[in-house]
Design a protein around this ligand. Sequence first.
Ligand SMILES: *Cc1c(COP(=O)(O)O)cnc(C)c1O
Length: 385
Amino acid sequence: MIGRFRSVAQLIASISPEVPVHLLRPHRIGAAARTFVDGFPGDVAFAVKCNAHPLVLTTLRGNGVRRFDVASPLEIERVREAVADGIAFYHHPAKTVSQIAWAWGQGVVHFAVDCVAELEKLVNHTGAGVVPMVRLAIPKEAGAVYDLSTKFGAPPARFLDTVRRAAELGLAPGVTFHVGSQCLSAEGFRLGIRMACELIAEAGVPIALMDIGGGFPAYYRKTQAPPLSEFFRVIAGAKAEWADPLGIRLMCEPGRALVAEGGSLLTRIVLRKPEAIHLNDGIFGGLCEVYWGKEELSLPYRVLTADGATRNGPVERVTVYGPTCDGNDFLPYPLELPAGTTDGDYIEFNLIGAYGREMAGSYNGMVSNAVAVIEADFAGHGGHE
Ligand SMILES: *Cc1c(COP(=O)(O)O)cnc(C)c1O
């Protein structure tokens, strides 16, 4: 943490950073957490892989989010260190026996499984009270920008086998699914809840908890999705129709929608050429997710001068190269930059609080751990175009 600043302009004026700086806006993370805690009809967990910075975890805890979806022992440790009373849900469906045994020893009770083999591993390396969360694969039509059911989740027949086997083993299983990341329509959740409840009824096994995953959208430049309140309304309707009659409680575990707006990335122009710029960060760093070139996820950005003033005026399209010597290290779309943009200027990319700093590597020795808190909102043009 390099400091706390009222605004990005004040940060630039005081420290003129040459390395990329991840800017956190805890007030935005707190507001997003309260939106979920107040609006979602069930418990709210946070998917730690989006952003495991201690300030992010403590801010969420301070705003009512006490549950954390984790996928590794290191993520469990990060939660433990930041949030003493945090509850970890080990929702990776493929774990080693030592990971399972270690997590159980740490007090973790909920573990995702998506086949009988993983379920049996779980039974053999934990003890009484363990809750297998059987993960169902959701069809692609759910409407997400990223499909997550290609890799994890049991198709219906295997889902039924796994739930029934858990009951035979004397366990009280839960159920989980993930509609995919950046889901643009609430129908995906409705479909998931309905499909899971119909299968649960068919299995004839009592289920207390259904975790409907993450996938709630953040509002990037081109996002055409209804507000979160509409997602909550549709989910509450599906809960009343299908889950309530079976006595099933809901939980969700968003990542992106809780923290994307709570972080931006302050990069600096190393070299200006007529048609391109070389930036001090790129797709192997904080702009990793941009690499996938999903237009839907295009980031809002703004240019500031070396003095911290906002640069405006007519724009031109410019290719953006990242700092490494790898030929793949450029942004998949050009940026529109004000004509006078030059060496030493800064570009602030917003909505990088999810899948930004966590994904950054240290390729070519290009790495920055600098994090600062900014008290003001992002001052560029914000969400929708
Ligand atoms: C990545 C992930 C999430 C978070 O997804 P978002 O799209 O960021 O909300 C939640 N649950 C699991 C199991 C995940 O792998």
